[in-house]
Ligand binder design. Structure first.
Ligand code: SAJ
Length: 436
């Protein structure tokens, strides 16, 4: 089986399925199709599938022209039975947190169940979704080797590493990043067996310059969690340094810029309004949850989460101070939030701290408006707002402006001049101190 699959990979006759056509799956599917593979893109969202079939892309990193360049070699469908003719299935579905901030692996389970229905001898299955160490071996593998699979295939045994192959390879897609792409970002791969790792590495090696093999699927799952926990903890550290500098009467931005001149042993992170996005606020909780099941409390992750989620409140206090300076109570004051996306130059508001800042200001009775060139409307808990259309008028009407997302689109010097008062969480209006 292994030799046959390797041969089909090497001569590009293997049919590759990508399950989940979002910001991770679609670029991966396009990359395989551009290398000459027949690719089946599977997604439960018929709207996405229809758009792709029309040659319309909904992922900013895949322009429509690039998508059209691989049609019809890339075929999109909602029908999992297409897996019957696929040699590999790569699962790229979301792994969010549920209401109690615990891992929600329902999409991985649903994809695993669908793959199990069509799994056949000689097939490779890879999980890319960020998840806790052990998911591939403890959750996915049993689904694929369940009795129902053996009965359907009418076999007595269906052995991983021999009859089919299973690996984990974390996604490292950074939306909007022009420098690091699917093709040139090193890819970590861990297999349930060495043969599993070999075939997964061979497949990815056809589109990615550097493959980084590790000893197990658990190691590969842990690599990704270390990458994103590293960021969450360092962002929290620099946020706490910002609070410390504020109490010391120091300019944290000056301190960071000077520290960043150290040519070794330092990595620059910047304070902000909090941490948004679908990776950094969530991924570390997959790790701390797993360690809790082993009676260990991952304190850095806990503390980083506390500090990062506390930042919106800390910044709202700065708005209160700024209005106070102007002799205005928060209640009834007009506050304009500039930028609600979770980071600059993207349109994604998932977990954005801007939503918390707006909610906290509204709870204090402020009249909050926002402007964001990428985000026409937002809805969060008890409020729904649309972006101001006339930025100048919105600036003139505001008693205080809060810079939350430092989109390149803005003319910051002009904003600084026009605003009556500014609280700048991103230090882009060149205000010397973090709280002015
Ligand atoms: N943030 C700060 N200070 C910083 C860096 C980030 O406050 O110094 C905030 C951002 O404003 C944002 C949040 O943290 O709200 C997350 O920012 P991010 O730069 O980590 O961006 P993400 O969420 O898009 O993270 C993705 C991740 N990519 C993958 O998971 C494949 C992450 O691993 C990447 O390192 C990151 O992009 C990146 O470097 O751009």
């Amino acid at each position: 089986m292994r030799q046959q699959l390797l041969a089909r990979i090497h001569n590009r006759s293997a049919v590759v399925a990508v399950i989940g056509l979002g910001y991770v799956g679609l670029p991966l599917a396009v990359a395989f199709a551009e290398k000459g593979f027949a690719v089946v893109g599977i997604d439960v969202d018929a709207v996405k599938v229809a758009a792709l079939e029309r040659g319309e892309s909904y992922v900013q990193d895949i322009p429509a022209a690039r998508l059209r360049g691989v049609l019809p070699r890339l075929a999109a469908t909602t029908d999992y039975s297409a897996l019957e003719r696929c040699d590999a299935a790569i699962i790229c579905v979301p792994t969010p947190l549920n209401k109690t901030r615990d891992p929600d692996v329902r999409y991985v389970i649903a994809a695993g169940e669908s793959v199990a229905r069509y799994l056949h001898p000689g097939m490779l299955v890879v999980l890319e979704s960020t998840t806790y160490p052990g998911t591939t071996e403890e959750l996915l593998l049993p689904m694929l080797t369940a009795r129902s699979t053996l009965e359907r295939l009418q076999v007595d045994s269906f052995e991983v590493g021999k009859d089919f192959f299973l690996a984990f390879s974390p996604e490292r897609i950074d939306p909007g990043n022009k420098q690091w792409t699917v093709e040139n970002t090193p890819k970590v791969v861990g297999g349930i067996t060495l043969a599993c790792r070999e075939v997964a590495a061979a497949l990815y090696g056809t589109i990615i310059e550097r493959i980084v093999p590790v000893s197990s699927t658990q190691a590969a799952e842990m690599v990704k969690l270390l990458e994103n926990t590293f960021r969450a903890v360092n962002i929290a550290l620099v946020n706490e340094v910002a609070i410390m500098c504020d109490k010391l009467g120091l300019d944290v931005w000056e301190v960071i810029e000077a520290a960043a001149t150290k040519p070794y042993g330092f990595m620059k992170f910047t304070p902000g309004p909090g941490v948004g996005g679908h990776c950094i606020p969530l991924d570390p909780h997959y790790l701390s949850w797993k360690l809790k099941t082993l009676n260990y409390n991952a304190r850095f992750i806990q503390l980083a989460g506390e500090i990062n989620t506390e930042m919106p409140r800390w910044w709202v206090d700065k708005v209160v101070d700024a209005l106070n300076e102007a002799g205005k109570p928060v209640k009834g004051s007009r506050v304009l939030v500039l930028g609600v996306a979770y980071k600059k130059d993207v349109d994604d508001v998932r977990e954005s701290p801007a939503l918390d800042i707006i909610e906290l200001l509204r709870q204090k009775g402020a009249e909050v408006r926002y402007h964001d060139p990428y985000v026409p409307a937002i809805r969060h808990n008890a409020f729904a707002l649309v972006s101001e259309t006339d930025l100048g008028a919105a600036l003139d009407a505001a008693d205080c402006v809060v810079v939350v997302t430092d989109h390149s689109w803005y003319d910051w010097p002009a904003i600084r001049v026009r605003a009556k008062a500014i609280v700048d969480t991103r230090h882009v209006t060149c205000t010397n101190r973090i709280n002015s």
